[in-house]
Design a protein around this ligand. Structure first.
Ligand code: GUN
Length: 288
């Protein structure tokens, strides 16, 4: 039987609708407009697309959007000074520094200079620690979006075997923490994992976040498993031009899986919806 396609685009539109309602209430009842600042250093084309899309959707839900585009050779001290200014700005409730940063900038130093209460990415070491110990934190947007889709599809995830392929700080590690928090038995697989196909074959839930186009074939998937594809990779079409594909081979996985997220239209839209939701959460916390 063909897999259920988990429609992240429709789900994200619902989440953005809820965020817009919340924003309208904050404005009307309290005179507060949540504000999100996005900082982009350099001109990486993919980052530019993401930042533009974030800005557009921030405005669409009625929030204030501020974009800071800095030269690729911006000095670290200047970037830190900007973050300090945003930390102290009462109209800014969320700060996002688009990653990756150019090589001369210390990513950890920069991220950890953001006020943890405004760290809507959930990358600050304080938020990472809070998440790891099961305390209230800002939760990274991509894994949060994945978790929301999994809960929506399954209800409880308790006792399920989950494999997260990829160990990045942005997706793999926080995803594993969230699944553990929902009482899954979690394995984090990565490039050094021995016998990856066998590890993946045991999983009721597979989250693929490796950044390698169509790496996971249907033959690795346990029949009926749920496949969440975090990858966004551009590949050449045989007939010319390019197209976006995920980290799993969609056609073969969809024949075996019970449910699967498409690329595009799966995890991607949920990431931005969760960023907007995190900004509203940060705004509400800042205003008691
Ligand atoms: N680059 C790729 N994904 C992300 C993300 O979720 N947040 C930030 N800040 N940069 C990214």
């Amino acid at each position: 039987m063909a897999a259920t396609v988990i429609d992240g685009k429709a789900f994200a539109a619902r989440v953005r609708g809820q965020v817009a309602t919340h924003v309208a209430a904050l404005k009307n009842d309290h005179g507060i407009t949540p504000g999100l600042a996005v900082v982009l250093v350099g001109e990486d084309p993919a980052s530019q697309v993401y930042v533009r899309s974030k800005g557009k959707m921030t405005l669409e839900v009625g929030m204030k959007s501020v974009e800071h585009k800095l030269d690729v050779d911006t000095a670290e001290a200047d970037l830190l000074a900007l973050i300090q200014k945003l930390n102290n700005d009462p109209e800014i409730h969320g700060i996002l520094v688009q990653l990756p940063l150019p090589d001369h900038l210390d990513e950890d130093l920069v991220i950890n200079s953001i006020d943890p209460a405004k760290d809507v990415d959930g990358f600050h070491i304080s938020n990472v620690g809070l998440l790891g110990t099961g305390q209230d934190s800002m939760v990274p947007c991509t894994p949060l979006g994945c978790l929301m889709m999994l809960r929506d599809h399954h209800g409880s995830l308790s006792g399920m075997d989950a494999v997260v392929i990829g160990r990045s700080n942005i997706v793999g590690k926080p995803m594993a923490q969230l699944l553990l928090g929902d009482s899954c038995t979690v394995t984090i697989a990565h490039s050094r994992t021995k016998d990856l196909p066998d590890v993946v074959r045991r999983a009721d839930i597979v989250v693929a976040a490796v950044g390698r186009a169509q790496m996971v074939p249907g033959g690795w998937i346990k029949p009926g498993a749920t496949v969440i594809d975090v990858g966004i990779n551009r590949i050449d079409r045989p007939e010319g031009g390019t197209r976006l594909v995920g980290d799993v081979d969609y056609d073969s996985c969809a024949k075996v899986a019970g449910a699967i997220t498409p690329v595009p239209g799966g995890v991607g839209p949920m990431t931005i919806a969760c960023l907007l939701a995190n900004t509203v959460t940060a705004c509400c916390r800042a205003n008691g």
